[in-house]
Write a protein that binds this ligand. Structure first.
Ligand code: BG6
Ligand code: MG
Length: 216
C-alpha cells in the first residue's frame, strides 16, 4: 500500500537524541540554566539555533546575547556533541532498524531521511547505513523546520512520491505534527503521552519492521 518511508534520524535510527540532550545540558549548565528531560522533549526535532533560543528563555531574562554570541554558544554545543559522536559505531543503531531497512529494500520501498540535523550525513556514515537511504534531505534547503511539514514534503518530492503514499517515522512531537501535516501516515516511537498525535505509536523500534509490514 505504501511506496515510501521517510525517517527521522536522532532518536529513531540511533540514540543521538540522548547525546543532544547531554550536550545541551552541558552548555546550559555553563550559563546557569537548568534543563530537564521534560523540557528536552520540546527540543526534539527542532533546529540547533531554535533549540538554543528555547534554552536561553529559561535563563536570566535580563541577559541579552548578540547574534555572534549565540552563534558561538551553538558552535560550542555542537563541538561537544561531536566529541560524543566520536564513539558512535554500527553497534549503536537502534534495535530492529537494520532489519527494517533490509525489508524495505527487498520490497522496493523507497527510503528517505528527513532530519533537522546538519550532522545527519556524518552520523549515517558512522553507522554504515548511508546506502539504505536514497535521499538525505538537506535541512537548510527547506523554508520551515519541524513542526512545519516542509522537510517531509521535500523528502517525498525527492523520492518522486505522493505524500499519501508515504509513512513518516518520528520520535518527537514536532516531527509527528510535521508528518501529519504533510498527509503521510505517522508512526511515533516513544511514549503515548508525548506522541498522542501519531497515527500509530510504538514504545521502541524493536517492533518497527512488524508494524510497517502490518500497514502494507
Ligand atoms: C534534530 C534533533 O534531529 O536535529 C534536535 O532532534 C537537534 O535535537 C536538531 O537540535 C539539529 O541537529 P544538529 O546536529 O544540526 O545540531
Ligand atoms: Mg528525532
Amino acid at each position: 500500500k505504501f511506496k515510501g518511508i521517510i525517517f527521522d534520524l536522532d532518536g529513531v535510527i540511533t540514540d543521538t537524541a540522548e547525546y543532544h540532550y547531554i550536550a545541551w545540558k552541558h552548555l546550559a549548565k555553563k550559563l546557569d540554566i537548568e534543563i530537564d528531560r521534560e523540557f528536552n522533549e520540546t527540543l526534539k526535532g527542532i533546529s540547533r539555533s531554535e533549540s538554543l533560543e528555547k534554552i536561553l528563555i529559561n535563563g536570566d531574562k535580563e541577559k541579552k546575547y548578540t547574534e555572534k554570541e549565540k552563534e558561538e554558544l551553538a558552535d560550542s554545543k555542537n563541538d561537544y556533541y561531536l566529541t560524543l559522536l566520536e564513539k558512535l559505531t554500527p553497534n549503536d543503531v537502534m534495535e530492529n532498524i537494520v532489519e527494517t531497512l533490509k525489508y524495505l529494500k527487498e520490497n522496493n520501498i523507497k527510503v528517505a531521511l528527513a532530519s533537522a540535523s546538519k550532522n545527519a550525513p556524518l552520523i549515517l556514515d558512522k553507522l554504515e547505513l548511508r546506502d539504505y537511504f536514497e535521499v538525505i534531505v538537506d535541512p537548510s534547503s527547506v523554508k520551515q523546520g519541524k513542526p512545519a511539514p516542509d522537510i517531509f514534503l521535500e523528502g517525498a518530492r525527492l523520492i518522486g512520491l505522493n505524500p499519501n503514499d508515504c509513512i513518516g517515522v518520528e520520535d518527537s512531537e514536532a516531527g509527528v505534527i510535521a508528518i501529519n501535516d504533510s498527509n503521510m501516515l505517522s508512526i511515533g516511537i516513544g511514549s503515548e503521552e508525548n506522541l498522542n498525535h501519531a497515527d500509530v505509536v510504538i514504545p521502541s523500534t524493536k517492533i518497527l519492521k512488524g508494524t510497517i509490514e502490518n500497514l502494507m
